[in-house]
Design a protein around this ligand. Sequence first.
Ligand code: GBH
Length: 506
Amino acid sequence: MAVTTWSIIGLLALCHSSIAGYTKFPPGFTFGVATASHQIEGAWNVSGKSENVWDRLTHTRPELIADGTNGDIACDSYHRLHEDVEELVALGVHFYRFSLSWSRILPTGRIDYVNPDGIRYYNELLDLLAENNIEPLVTLFHWDLPQSLQDLGGWANPKMIDYFYDYSDFCFKEFGGKIKSWITFNEPYEICEDAYGDEKKAPAIDSHGVGNYLCSDTLLKAHAESYHLYNETYRPVQNGRIFISINSIWYEPSDPENSELVALAEVANQFKFGWFAHPIFTVEGGYPKVMVENIARQSEAEGLRKPRLEQFDAYWIQRIKGTSDFLGINHYTTHLITGAGVDPIAKSPSWLKDIGAVTTMEVGGDSASEWLRVVPTGFANLLRWCKISYNDPPIYITENGFSDRGDLEDYGRIKYFNDYLSEILNVINDDKVNVLGYTAWTLMDNFEWRAGFSERFGFYYVNITDPARPRTPKLSVQYYRELIDNHELPHFDRYKDPSVRTARRC
Ligand code: GBH
């Protein structure tokens, strides 16, 4: 790992913040843990479930998955939901964030055929949660699109607005009596950029600089229609809330004294977070100005008649604005901006080329995921930026977590939670950022998309060589439980890695 000036600054800031030493969470602050249907359920072709885009990708292009695994069995949660709930009870969480499998509920993708076993499965889970006083926080779409809808173009097809409307309507009607908190989309950036502008996620369309922007147009409209439907038809009777979870790799300048780099980091954050947050959370609405301008300029240089990113018209700007009760943030890491120009890894055309900045991951401590650098202060900076950029929204952290290779004494994970949660306490107390709750990713080691099972984020270790998928609690279970029970950060000294003997001066 390269130790950069910035990471030293980060370390100093961290030492400083732990001196400030906030440990108590505000009254009413809630803690949860998250999963996603395709990552845990398995039972990919059981009891009427149809194929989704991840089934298709892992079966037809297994070489794209780091360890050649797939989600066919995953954690077998379809058959082991009692174990899932026992783990939740052991953790003592207030809420459980999970997602619904569209292709398990509506195998054609449309509402013309309902799979009774899909309904049974989620009702059983919801009832078990209710019995144990665990509140469900339910994501409608966490990436597992029915393959039949992908065959029509998936999120690049504007008809998806209708299909998503029908699917949401069905879920609100069927499950809304038991669910008070909904998330429409998990991480629109990953869906649009990684799945339609690259091969990093299914369906791996790799229409860089084109498909990614068609996707965002459809996805933001679909989100808004689902929100309005809930708001007008279901909220008056069900009294719940509905929002979106936006993910962020936070960008910082490699040299904070260099004003060009500072400005470029702002451009990168607008392209990353602002792409989906600006249309929903700002007063003016629409895509960030710098995105519209950069893409228009590049498109013209490419000889195109129209920009690759189409702006929303006045109707859609209004229709999309304000359609989220909270700002849901999934945050893991910070990367650096090191210079202007075209990033050497950027394809042409592409989102990365459209930004016009060079990025690096050489910052902070490492994890088992190359992209996941441990930079707790970056989280604080992101949260302060969200407060300023989006008019002080109420925020839920809907994911935050750390990967290793499956250690049972997972000191790295505990330190990550401790240091990132300390930063949350700092911004709540010092900057009055309105953070209401925190969700750790994830309940148990699960099918980590293209990383397969090679990167493990869970509180519980899952042995995937055993068909019974036995789960073993890691040390972090005890840590999180203690944190939740006391509503306060546990004394970190008790959870320090004993093999790291170097005295920390701070
Ligand atoms: C979350 O996304 C997901 O919501 C969740 O399902 C997932 O399990 C969790 O993260 C852990 O990864 O540059 O090719 O290495 C987080 C978003 C996903 C962003 C991976 C960075 C790097 C892909 N991250 N991505 S690559």
